[in-house]
Design a binder for this molecule. Sequence first.
Ligand code: P6P
Length: 328
Amino acid sequence: MDNGTTLTRFILEQERQHPEATGEFTALINDIGIAAKLVAREVSKAGLVDILGLTGRKNVHGEHVQKLDEFANEVFIKSLEYTGHLAAIASEEMEDFCPVPEFFPRGKYILLMDPLDGSSNIDVNISIGTIFCIFKRRSEGNVASLGDFLQPGSAIVCAGYVIYGSSTMLVYSTGHGVHGFTLDPSIGEFLLSHESIRMPERGKIYSINEGNYTIWEDWTKEYIDDIKMKKEKSLRYVGTLVADIHRTLLKGGIFLYPGDKKNPSGKLRLLYECFPMAYLIEQAGGYAYDGQQRILDKTPVELHERSPLIIGSKQDVEEVLKFIKGGN
Ligand code: P6P
């Protein structure tokens, strides 16, 4: 009986298929898997122990920090900083990037993460997630610089997410397709469940927060009104980026968090939300734009800058771009 392909085995087999692979991702992705299991354990019992509720502290964006946010941030940092493959880590939960402590060897990669995306959904038992992407350092010397984090999205070498939902899944890509692994809690292993994910060219779902309708730009109203008139798509919106993108990756369709009259840059963070999701969706045959340009062609100027995001099946994104250009 086939006991399934573990994450470790799959990464090693991928490494053998790609001579340029150095094996450093093997260790990093394995350790991301371990951190994900530790966070999944706490998420699954969040309602049972006093880990819920606000810390009373706020993160750098003025948002109340759930205890699980802090826990997840610490777990991922502690699980990755010792590997010797990373020089520094940046996180939605930290104002500045965090160099790997000097008593650990510092490697040639840097990691950006949203350790617990959708944390406002923790208390109502809706799926939440972790999002990450990895770049190769550009700076020399022992300490990474801010410039190492402000690279164009096209320089990403690895990206992925963990979704803590009805099951816990780890989805990642190192540029050779997108692969999904489902945690088997009975053996504590992530087993290959979705190899080489490919998106449909067009989907039957659209995903946007319609509560923002009155502050949308005209093109957004026209596009969504057109979808409703044609009755070709159903609306699904979880309010956790990882969950909405995971559904879009598997079933196709379109997700939009556009800029609007109140927030022209939208809400989502470019470096650790838009970049990783754009990398994965494009690896699976989809598109990701900010409305004016391809997300992965953008070069950030600030660690926590925001970006509009229009992402999903190729033909659905192309349709949106027509409305933006006014050529609908
Ligand atoms: P809204 C969660 O807070 C988050 O950052 C993303 O995970 C999600 O896509 C978005 O915000 C939801 O924002 O304004 O629709 O509640």
